[in-house]
Write a protein that binds this ligand. Structure first.
Ligand code: SF4
Ligand code: SF4
Ligand code: SF4
Length: 290
């Protein structure tokens, strides 16, 4: 397992893992449309709430279009030097889409110096982790909202796993088992792991510190507690007010480092966090100033 000192060196330059996010940017490639679970807060018509702001649908691109887009961005004298990370975060779940692997392969061949990063619901992590390691995945985010399957059953409508549909506690049990196993193996491979937890008032607040302790024990690097965006099955739940979110993050800081500047970016964001320069289609000119 990597020491925290090794990890600190490794994440330098990664804006989502505490690297200077005023200087270092990321480029998301929206190559992953399908998803294999149903989160209660997801409308499925928009970007994955794993890491993406719902309400804005990304234009899907193929792996071939994605590599063209990376070439264009990296060739831009303004944006190119900022980009340190290539991330795949949706709009569905990256691991439910073979395009994710092909895109990382193409990026790795041409731009081996760029960090590869991925965000997933974790269901297929145990199946995919060896391939991700072979592709030199640098950092991984897993969205983990409940350890207790009874709570998970209130959050997830169903999962599709190995050709079958599971619901309720059984579905939540499979999901959390795979998330934890996937995190453990990712850490074992030396990947830097972040865990996102969507804070859903009245549903999973008691799970938050338990998740913090568990992922710390497994070697995760940082936790990102995200406020619920009320929609779909959870449209009636008010999101936590900012002061409450602050309090929860502070309480959990003593357990594991907290990432606090997440902006829930789109699956096709490019540039500095909160100051995206473009969501250009391949072949469209990039802006000349940030
Ligand atoms: Fe929606 Fe993402 Fe959940 Fe899939 S993992 S249901 S795309 S929020
Ligand atoms: Fe990686 Fe997620 Fe940040 Fe994208 S949003 S660069 S996938 S941590
Ligand atoms: Fe970073 Fe959050 Fe944006 Fe991902 S969604 S790039 S974690 S700020």
């Amino acid at each position: 397992m990597a020491t925290s000192c090794d990890q600190l060196k490794k994440i330098q330059g990664h804006p989502c893992f505490g690297g200077n996010h005023h200087k270092n940017g990321r480029m998301h490639l929206a190559v992953a449309p399908r998803c294999n679970i149903k989160c209660g807060y997801c409308t499925r018509r928009h970007d994955c709430a794993n890491e993406s702001r719902p309400g804005v649908t990304s234009r899907l691109i193929t792996p071939e279009e994605a590599i063209i887009k990376v070439r264009e961005v990296m060739a831009s004298p303004v944006v190119g030097p900022i980009i340190k990370v290539i991330g795949i975060a949706g709009p569905g779940d990256p691991l439910a889409n073979e395009e994710t692997f092909e895109t990382f392969r193409l990026v790795g061949e041409e731009f081996p110096h760029l960090m590869k990063c991925m965000s997933t619901n974790g269901l297929l992590l145990p199946d995919a982790i060896d391939r991700l390691h072979e592709l030199d995945l640098h950092s991984l985010t897993v969205t983990l909202n409940a350890l207790d399957p009874a709570v998970g059953a209130r959050i997830y409508g169903h999962i599709g796993y190995h050709g079958k549909v599971f619901r309720g506690v059984e579905a939540a049990e499979i999901l959390v088992t795979n998330q934890l196993e996937g995190i453990r193996r990712a850490v074992g491979y030396g990947m830097t792991v972040k865990v996102n937890t969507v804070y859903i008032p009245g549903v999973n607040e008691e799970q938050v510190p338990l998740i913090g302790r568990k992922i710390k024990e497994l070697g995760a690097f940082v936790m990102n507690i995200m406020p619920l965006i009320p929609q779909a099955d959870f449209a009636h739940i008010s999101p936590p007010p900012p002061e409450e979110l602050d309090r929860v993050r502070k309480r959990n800081e003593s357990i594991i480092g907290q990432f606090k500047h997440c902006r829930q970016c789109r699956a096709d964001a490019v540039g500095l966090i909160g100051r995206d320069v473009t969501v250009a289609e391949p072949g469209t000119p990039l802006p000349v100033a940030v």
